[in-house]
Design a protein around this ligand. Sequence first.
Ligand SMILES: Nc1ncnc2c1ncn2[C@@H]1O[C@H](COP(=O)(O)OP(=O)(O)OP(=O)(O)O)[C@@H](O)[C@H]1O
Ligand SMILES: Nc1nc2c(ncn2[C@@H]2O[C@H](COP(=O)(O)O)[C@@H](O)[C@H]2O)c(=O)[nH]1
Length: 218
Amino acid sequence: MAGPRPVVLSGPSGAGKSTLLKKLMKEYDNVFGFSVSHTTRNPRPGEEDGKGGFCNIFFCTCSYSGVSDYHYVTREVMQASIDNGDFIENAEFSGNLYGTSKAAVQDVQAKNLICILDIDMQGVKNIKCTDLNPIYISIQPPSMALLEKRLRDRNTESEESLCRRLNAARVEMEFSKEPGVFDVVIVNDKLEDAYGKLREALVEVSCLIYFMQKIRLD
Ligand SMILES: Nc1ncnc2c1ncn2[C@@H]1O[C@H](COP(=O)(O)OP(=O)(O)OP(=O)(O)O)[C@@H](O)[C@H]1O
Ligand SMILES: Nc1nc2c(ncn2[C@@H]2O[C@H](COP(=O)(O)O)[C@@H](O)[C@H]2O)c(=O)[nH]1
């Protein structure tokens, strides 16, 4: 795919991916653009249907207002669209479908922004079979105990969903240790430290886009 190299952020549910991304997008909204995924899960309080760029599948035009927002769709609609080849990758996670549409990535790249994807480990494996060629960054919690505390304190999951997410987290934490899967692994203990490391890891790509824009303007 054309444009600057995208960035994939992955790691267990509750590790802090959205929190870090929100900080990044706030500071560098003219550099990075978020790939708004589709999901069949219900919106949480405060979440809105994805907006921004154009959702040119499902016959809708949506706008985007935040990092953790999705395009919320039914399983039937999403499955039909997956079957139609509209997605770069998709996965079943904790009883729901999630996926990155081709349109979501193209919308960001069309603005010449660095596209950021927040996806689970199945998504990482699937993306590795595509020509997207992103930088892979893993966000990890300091421990299972702290992860569970953060997920419980977030107050978004039922006991059943929490249990499924913690089981998936154990596998995701092991996956992050596999050599060659991730370019950078960041342990999100103190938020400011983790954010500093994320920013540092992204300096290279942001410099790249800065020079690309400069060349075009000069
Ligand atoms: N460094 C940190 N210290 C303490 N709490 C944190 C830290 N980072 C994130 N949190 C909190 O942990 C919870 C989970 O964070 P967040 O929602 O960003 O995780 P996530 O990886 O995006 O999860 P999901 O994959 O389920 O979307 C949130 O309530 C957030 O405020
Ligand atoms: N493979 C994909 N995984 C995705 C996508 N969008 C989000 N996710 C991951 O799902 C879990 C749960 O997210 P939540 O918002 O319900 O807490 C988390 O690990 C995300 O990274 C996607 O498009 N593809």
